[in-house]
Write a protein of this length. Structure first.
Length: 205
């Protein structure tokens, strides 16, 4: 029997990120767009070699529609956790000390990371994702990918991401991508980023 992937619940109420990300955006983004990727994936994998595979395995091994929908299902599940109510600021304190140190080591400062990540987001052509990821050498790197692209495919470990498909921001910010990027930093979940830094394997959906 095929493995059926389910739409995960948001880790907070739909209005929890307002005014930075509205309840209307989350309702559409999660309840329609994310749900559609999951639904399409389940239809595509039925009877295929990927019928019993995890989303991570699909990201690594699949191509075409199975990859696109599987990666988007994973990307969105990860993205919701990259934000939280009353987030933002800088990573600080004992629990986030290692993350802050690694950011300082690889980017110079948290502010430098924020500037470089924001630049990658606002200059990404078309739809896609920008990732903070741990590469094979153990270095934090900013990785921009079109469409459903995910750094897991190249053996990197995702730490943080921001969605730059228009459906992520257009209802709230229209074409003002920079305002959406600024809003993301007000809700960014550094605790989740720090947790990902300790993982041996990518986040499980």
């Amino acid at each position: 029997m095929s493995k059926t992937h389910a739409l995960p619940s948001l880790p907070y109420p739909e209005d929890a990120l307002a005014p930075h990300i509205s309840a209307d955006t989350l309702r559409l983004h999660h309840g329609k767009h994310h749900a559609t990727y999951v639904e399409k994936l389940n239809g595509l994998i039925e009877g295929s070699d990927f019928a019993d595979k995890s989303l991570t395995d699909i990201i690594v091994d699949a191509d075409g529609g199975i990859f696109n929908n599987g990666a988007q299902a994973w990307n969105h599940a990860f993205y919701w956790h990259c934000m939280r109510p009353h987030g933002g600021g800088d990573p600080s304190g004992e629990a986030l000390g290692d993350l802050a140190e690694r950011i300082s080591r690889d980017f110079g400062s948290v502010e430098a990371l924020r500037e470089q990540f924001s630049e990658a987001l606002t200059t990404l052509f078309g739809s896609g994702w920008v990732w903070l990821a741990l590469d094979a050498t153990g270095k934090l790197t900013i990785d921009s990918r079109s469409n459903a692209g995910n750094p897991i495919r190249e053996g990197m470990l995702p730490i943080l991401t921001c969605d730059m498909w228009e459906h992520a921001y257009y209802m709230d910010y229209q074409n003002r991508k920079k305002e959406y990027v600024d809003a993301f930093w007000h809700v960014v979940n550094w605790d989740f980023a720090a947790e990902n830094l300790t993982r041996e394997r990518p986040f499980e959906v």
